[in-house]
Design a protein around this ligand. Structure first.
Ligand code: IPM
Ligand code: MN
Length: 374
């Protein structure tokens, strides 16, 4: 074992949010507690409000108290926000804009890492052919605090008296540089391939990204850089996804492509994410609050559990423990347990809570010792 210490005490701010958020978060916390028990790590969980839950209780989607708690924490673990109940509020106080986008901005979480992994156990859960998705291992890096989602938005009337609208796409040089640089660094630690996805045949902002990327590239001669238009990328992802290693792209393209990426893994219920600023990060599943199945104990908690794994890796310096969570998830899938979204003939349907129990038991059971290859 290395001399590194992954003991804590770690302060984790837990934000369950709305819809299935509280259910999936409960299972991720359960798994972290099991890990703490097994490995002697102290986690101090503090709970806060965000999204619709915060609106109902305090009138705003991101209370100041939540921000303060976040500042005192080592990392934030988030469930999901939003739901029909709050859909008709003015945009800036809706859970998505005033809660999720705002917390990303407040903590300047500019790099959103969304790994797309292939699970051999689930190769038939994806609508894509097994031979297409076999061996897929992509790290999508989405810029998260700039671009269209954060630019000025307004309605106005033209000189001809027609209603019109503007959404503004702004990126500064620094904003592009920091996320592209991270893309290069991550590629260096993986298979050494980076693809910048853009729409440089049309957009000035894309040409700006390319110029900056060309400059940074000089510092990473060992990384093979390529460019791809976003429309082509959408196609290539389902035609030949194995060609990708690390993808870096602006906010909206990344939002769209990562949902597409989820299909490669089998279900959006499996994809975790890390939103980072250096070591500090917010960890959340990429799926939303799924109001249609909320409160029914049938959501898939694995994306949130895997997000807790990413938290161990990126914010808490516990890479071996992160691997342990991933192995435990794999073991449970290998044994044939499935939530409804990934159920197939010959597998056993379990509830959200049972899935969390199974992963926790796998960790406590210690079947998967450190160093065991995945
Ligand atoms: C995501 C979500 C959010 C986003 C929404 C809920 C605002 O789709 O995390 O991908 O667009 O970033
Ligand atoms: Mn999205």
């Amino acid at each position: 074992m290395s001399g590194r210490s992954c003991k804590g005490p770690f302060k984790i701010l837990v934000l369950p949010g709305d819809g299935i958020g509280p259910e999936i978060i409960k299972e991720a916390v359960k798994v972290l507690k099991a890990l703490g028990e097994k490995k002697g790590i102290t986690f101090n969980f503090q709970y806060g409000l965000i999204g619709g839950a915060a609106i109902d209780e305090t009138g705003v989607p991101l209370p100041e108290e939540t921000v303060e708690l976040g500042k005192q924490s080592d990392a934030i673990l988030l469930g999901a926000v939003g739901g029909p109940k709050w859909d008709n509020l003015p945009p800036e106080i809706r859970p998505e804009l005033g809660g999720l986008l705002k917390i990303r901005k407040v903590f300047d979480l500019y790099a959103n890492l969304r790994p797309v992994m292939f699970f051999p156990e689930l190769k038939n859960a994806s609508p894509l052919k097994p031979e297409i998705i076999e061996g897929v291992d992509i790290l999508m890096v989405r810029e998260l605090t700039g671009g269209l989602y954060f630019g000025e938005k307004k309605r106005f009337t033209t000189e001809q008296g027609e209603q019109a609208v503007i959404d503004t796409l702004i990126y500064t040089e620094k904003e592009v540089e920091r996320v592209v640089r991270l893309g290069f660094e991550l590629a260096q630690k993986r298979r050494g391939k980076l693809t910048l996805v853009d729409k440089a045949n049309v957009l000035e902002s894309s040409r700006f990204w390319r110029e900056i990327t060309e400059e940074i590239k000089k510092e990473y001669p060992d990384v093979e850089l390529s460019y791809m238009y976003v429309d082509n990328c959408a196609m290539q992802l389902i035609r030949n996804p194995r060609q990708f290693d690390v993808i870096v792209t602006e906010n909206m393209f990344g939002d769209i492509l990562t949902d597409e990426g989820a299909v490669l893994a089998g279900s959006i219920g499996l994809l975790p994410s890390a939103s980072l600023n250096g070591k500090f990060g917010l960890y959340e599943p990429i799926h939303g609050s799924a109001p249609d199945i909320a409160g029914q104990n049938k959501a898939n908690p694995l994306a949130t559990i895997l997000s807790a794994g990413m938290m161990l890796r990126y914010s808490l310096d516990c890479p071996e423990e992160a691997l342990l969570i991933e192995k435990a998830v794999k073991a449970v899938l290998q044994k044939g347990y499935r939530t409804g979204d990934i159920l197939e003939p010959g597998t056993a349907l379990v509830t959200c809570e049972e899935m969390g129990d199974l992963v926790a038991e796998e960790i406590l059971g210690g079947v998967y010792d450190e160093g065991l290859p995945l």
